[in-house]
Ligand binder design. Structure first.
Ligand code: ZN
Length: 84
């Protein structure tokens, strides 16, 4: 079974690539510097404490055609997986 789990798509040059998450050795990963998390703050109007969502770094890659940064998107499985 070799169902693709991720799709890479470059908006710049329309490069398309499917991946199962392990066959991306030839793609150049762009390292993100830090995981960025906002701290809670008080909304000046409502006086309520706002807790922002966690912002985590996702893996980014360089497009092999044009060098722009592309992201992997998870493909939803429409087929049921069977255990053998
Ligand atoms: Zn591209």
């Amino acid at each position: 079974m070799n169902n693709p789990k991720y799709q890479f798509f470059c908006e710049n040059c329309s490069f398309k690539r499917f991946s199962n998450g392990r066959d991306i050795d030839d793609l150049v990963e762009v390292k993100s510097s830090k995981i960025f998390v906002k701290s809670p703050y008080i909304d000046p109007e409502t006086k309520k404490v706002i807790v922002p969502d966690f912002i985590t770094t996702k893996k980014k890659f360089k497009c092999p055609q044009c060098g722009m940064i592309i992201k992997a998107r998870a493909i939803k499985n429409t087929e049921k997986e069977k255990d053998v």
